[in-house]
Design a protein around this ligand. Sequence first.
Ligand code: AMP
Ligand code: ZN
Length: 112
Amino acid sequence: MENCLFCRIINREIPSSIVYEDDEILAFNDISPQAPVHILLIPKQHIRSTEEITEVNKQIAGRLISAASEIARQKGIEGYRLVFNCGESAGQSVFHLHCHLLGGRDFNWPPG
Ligand code: AMP
Ligand code: ZN
C-alpha cells in the first residue's frame, strides 16, 4: 500500500536491517530499540491492525508468532516478550500489523 512505511520497507523503498524473510513474512530490527533485541515481524500483505484479522487471513498471526519464537531460539534468548500494539491508545503508530519481539533484558509487569 502506498504511503505505508512498512509496505515501503517490504518493497525495499526504505532500507532496513532484515533478520528473516520468507514468502509471507519480513522481520527487521526496530530503528528505535527498546531492548538489546528488538525485532519487528510483519506480514507482506498489508493488514492494518488486529481488527482486520479475518477467517481468511488469520493464519498470518500464527506465522508471525512462530517466526518470532524461532528467531528468539536461534538468538539464544531465554525470556522474551511479544507485543502487538493495537490502536493508537495502546501505542500503535504504524498501521501495518506488526509483532514486536523484545528480549535480552528483564521486563516489568504490568507494562506501561
Ligand atoms: P508501534 O508503535 O507498535 O506501531 O511500532 C512501530 C515501530 O516501528 C516502533 O517501535 C518504531 O521504532 C518502528 N519504526 C519506525 N520506523 C522504522 C523504520 N524505518 N525501520 C525500523 N523500525 C521503524
Ligand atoms: Zn503496509
